[in-house]
Design a protein around this ligand. Structure first.
Ligand code: FE2
Length: 417
């Protein structure tokens, strides 16, 4: 077979290689391929990587910052109030167009696998139905998973309990929840049991917004962990945010960590948003608003990263670039050792793939789908340090995006003669 595309002189895991692609599949990887192809790209020592995985984003609210007003306090709860107003005007096309625009932005930065939450606490299920359509529209170039997310709580409104089940039946990939925002602690625990019941009934993944609060008494993570262990769902379960874990006392955190290792659940940290949302009620010292990323990673648990928001009621900034999230994780998590920097990069790639349960559909190897990106740098360390352009995005064996490096042109002679 003749490959349709050969990438030459790539750096993959610190080794210089050529990669051949045919019919959407990686067909050969070798230090020097003797094959030829109609299209060959000499990458001259650039880093080739599996695509970024956006483990946690809200596409239904993306690109709505300022509608109907900006979040003045910067808190999670004002964001929820603003979203409650904005979603009264939500339409199918409104969600669809913003979601596709956000996905194109993300793909241009090298993200080809995305898990998005869809707010299902509105009787019309506009966000969910629109994102399910978007999942089909974009499937030839980006893989999208949808989480049925009851933003106002499963028991926060009388109809929400039925709406989440209806959302699963309509085709959501995962069951979501927000136990720390339920009206009582008991409702929170009950909501987790309901989420596991639905996941088992309909064979779905689980991704719960869990303990996204500075309250050191918010302890739903232990409930999620216990349910994952008892049901055997384990790696199909993800706890997103878990920022309260950063506030737990060390005696409790140590005990919890041993339970978490047994439960084998996944974690998603969203450092860009949580460094700004959390700690708002602190004076000084001010907490960082991040779960124990380094300690979870050191314990061998799977941690991945998300942007969470792109210009929405919770976070008016955001570019959808996973390297922004990686850089913030390195800084806020104090993971500046070289192996720690590489680990944070992996949290946006291979670890994210594990969270999304992508299994064999992900990675650079012969026989795998040809999804890969090229970064304008030689190593993961340089990718995190410089946040370079993703020069090539190859999706399903086809070149999807090419970005040229900005050129700096000095207009005066400066420096030493
Ligand atoms: Fe979120």
């Amino acid at each position: 077979m003749t490959p349709s595309l050969i990438l030459r002189n790539c750096i993959l895991e610190d080794v210089r290689l050529d990669i051949a692609i045919e019919d959407g599949t990686i067909t050969a990887i070798d230090p020097r391929l003797e094959l030829t192809a109609p299209t060959e790209i000499d990458l001259a020592g650039k880093l080739v990587s599996p695509p970024f995985v956006e483990s946690h984003i809200h596409l239904d609210s993306a690109l709505t910052a300022g509608q109907p007003r900006h979040n003045a306090s910067g808190t999670l709860f004002e964001g929820i109030e603003i979203w409650r107003d904005r979603k009264q005007t939500l339409t199918h096309d409104d969600v669809k167009h913003r979601a596709i625009a956000a996905l194109k932005l993300m793909a241009s930065h090298g993200t080809l696998f995305v898990r998005s939450h869809a707010d299902v606490s509105e009787t019309s299920l506009t966000a969910l139905e629109s994102l399910l359509e978007v999942r089909d529209i974009v499937q030839d170039w980006i893989t999208l998973q949808i989480v049925a997310f009851p933003q106002d709580g499963i028991y926060g409104s009388p109809q929400n309990n039925e709406l989440i089940e209806e959302s699963i039946i309509l085709g959501a990939d995962a069951v979501g929840g927000i136990p720390h925002y339920e009206l009582t602690r008991e409702d929170g625990v009950q909501s987790i049991h309901r989420i596991f019941e639905l996941a088992e009934k309909y064979n779905r993944l689980i991704d719960i917004h869990c303990d996204e609060i500075d309250d050191d008494q918010s302890r739903f993570l232990e409930v999620v962990s216990a349910c994952a262990l008892r049901t055997g769902l384990k790696e199909k379960v993800t706890a997103s945010h878990t920022t309260a874990f950063g506030s737990y006392n060390d005696a409790y955190a140590l005990k919890l960590m041993s339970f978490l290792k047994r439960s084998e659940i996944n974690f998603i940290a969203n450092p860009l948003i949580n460094i700004t949302l959390q700690g708002r009620t602190d004076t000084y010292p001010k907490r960082r608003g991040l779960t124990r990323v380094k300690e979870l990673w050191q314990a061998g648990l799977n941690v991945s990263l998300g942007n969470d928001c792109i210009q929405d009621p919770w976070y008016g900034l955001g570019t959808g670039n996973m390297l922004d999230a990686v850089s913030m994780a390195v800084h806020v998590g104090q993971m500046t050792g070289l192996d720690e920097i590489d680990a944070c990069y992996d949290m946006a790639t291979a670890h994210g793939a594990r969270t999304l349960n992508l299994q064999d559909a992900y990675g650079i190897d012969v026989g795998k789908p040809a999804n890969l990106i090229v970064l304008d740098c030689p190593s993961k360390y340089e990718a995190v340090r410089c946040r370079p352009n993703v020069s090539h995005v190859i999706s399903r064996g086809q070149l999807l995006v090419e970005t040229t490096k900005p050129e700096v042109q000095w207009q005066q002679e400066v420096g030493a003669p």
